[in-house]
Design a protein around this ligand. Structure first.
Ligand SMILES: [Zn+2]
Length: 482
């Protein structure tokens, strides 16, 4: 049995001015993929490879690439990666199935829905018979074009995502089962006019946890072979923005799939006003007031408006500005991306004072303006490979980096010689906290700050999103098509 594997993963934020280019992608190509290099580790593709190996499948490796969430992908970058992926497919002498590890919210200049575009090109190449199965992120935005060009989708069921590898395994198992039992896989889909952020749908809490409990995957008996929900991605202004329910069946049981997708979709719609912030969430000043009075430490506050894991630029210094104005004691800000300021620190060296115009102090201004500060350079180093400077401004520590990074792993701080337990409050550029940060604090909070990942979805000035959509619009009825 010959299975082609690969995928392109990107969660595209259309509000940020940052474009995503080829250099931003971590790529593994051809046989290199099978060695599970860093680009493949802890991704759905790793799970796909594991199952192929366990089942003695002849693997046709194509290309797998992913980038930290960021702005619209340039057409050149996408066409390059897509071309290499398809070239890998063309090389196959024999092909029984294609299994991909995708995200499902990728947006490309001049194309828009790039997941749909890639699947359409792939379908054209492999013909109508070869099954195409995709593992997707829970925050995928499903489109007509995606549904029309793949047989089956399997989504993560956790946020924070701790089942990426497991989901890749499921997608691959589904494809193998379809071939063994000669099942023609079909996906029934219902799109629900709702937008939800990840911060309102962590899977440890209802209503998301309850809906996920109803999902199936390869039951012993049952006509629905696999079902998933996809929560969409609210920081993309696209006409197909939605939350989705899907059910995978064999072609003979499509009506059962439709019924199940509708049932899950109705459940999501009925619970729409229960998707509230799953962690305590307030404006920044209230978060800081609470942190000052909190006995346990560190209090960890997510700067939700500038969350790089949802594609923001990570260069906002507005939170540091507020901390300085409040003369806050014993706080750590991780991080502010500003290459120019980092270079100034590097030039000055450690144990020196520098004058900086740091980051971008007002996210709503067209002309970016830095925060003027005099800071002591405590250390120059690298955090998880990113060149960084540790600054001290009064009793506030701030990390300035030369490039964007997710701050999911506290190892980043430790690499820079910082112990998270030394601080009263740590402010991280994040949405919902990673399991590692959650484990460090008794008092996690979300600060509802402005920026490209503004968590107050009803205040986002969408122009292209199809209306009405909840919660931007509240007073409307929705009935599913028959
Ligand atoms: Zn996600």
């Amino acid at each position: 049995m010959h299975i082609a594997i690969g995928g392109l993963q990107h969660e595209t934020n259309t509000f940020t001015a940052l474009q995503t280019s080829l250099d931003d992608f971590q790529v593994a190509e051809g046989d290199e993929m099978l060695r599970i290099p860093p680009a493949v580790q802890d991704t759905s593709l790793q799970g796909i490879i594991e199952v192929c190996r366990e089942e003695g499948i002849d693997i046709v490796p194509t290309l797998f690439g992913h980038a930290l969430p960021s702005g619209t992908i340039t057409k050149d970058a996408y066409e390059n990666l897509k071309g290499r992926l398809l070239a890998g497919i063309r090389k196959a002498d024999r092909l029984d199935a294609v299994v991909l590890g995708m995200h499902g919210s990728m947006y490309v200049e001049g194309i828009g829905d790039a997941d749909g575009d890639l699947l359409a090109s792939l379908r054209e190449l492999v013909g109508p018979v070869v099954p195409i199965v995709c593992a997707l992120d829970l925050h995928a935005t499903i489109t007509e074009q995606m549904i029309a060009n793949a047989n089956a989708f399997v989504g993560y069921r956790t946020a924070p995502h701790v089942d990426k590898v497991a989901t890749g395994r499921k997608a691959c198992e589904l494809a193998i089962r379809a071939m063994q039992e000669s099942l023609e896989l079909c996906t029934e889909w219902v799109s629900v006019p709702v937008i939800i952020s990840g911060e309102q749908s962590e899977t440890r809490l209802p209503p998301t946890s309850e809906i996920i409990k109803e999902l199936v995957h390869m039951p012993e008996v049952g006509d629905v072979i696999s079902s998933s929900i996809f929560l969409g991605f609210p920081w993309a202004d696209v006409p197909y923005s939605c939350v989705s329910a899907v059910a995978v069946t064999s072609k003979a049981n499509m009506s059962v799939g439709k019924r199940e997708a509708k049932r899950l979709a109705q459940h999501i719609w009925d619970k729409r006003d229960e998707f509230v912030f799953t962690t305590e969430a307030y404006d920044l000043d209230k978060c800081l007031d609470i942190a000052e009075g909190e006995k346990s430490s560190p209090v960890i506050i997510a700067d939700c408006g500038d969350n790089p894991t949802a594609g923001s630029s990570e260069d906002l210094s507005n939170v540091l500005d507020v901390l300085i104005r409040r003369s806050f004691r014993n706080a750590l800000v991780a991080v502010i991306v500003d290459k120019g300021s980092y270079e100034k620190c590097l030039e000055a060296g450690a144990n020196r004072y520098v004058e900086l115009e740091l980051g971008r102090v007002n996210p709503t201004e067209e002309e970016p303006r830095g925060l003027p500060i005099r800071a002591y350079v405590e250390r120059i180093g690298t955090g998880k490979g990113i060149p960084s400077a540790v600054l001290k401004i009064d009793d506030i520590t701030a990390i300035v980096t030369a490039g964007r990074t997710d701050v999911y792993d506290p190892q980043f701080l430790e690499d820079l010689g910082l112990d998270p337990l030394d601080y009263k409050v740590i402010i991280v550029k994040s949405g919902y906290l990673s399991p590692e940060y959650q484990a460090l604090t008794k008092r996690p909070m979300l600060a509802l700050t402005p920026g490209d990942t503004n968590p107050l979805l009803e205040t986002i000035p969408y122009k292209k999103v199809k209306r009405p959509i909840y919660p931007v619009d509240k007073d409307f009825e929705w009935t599913m098509e028959a």
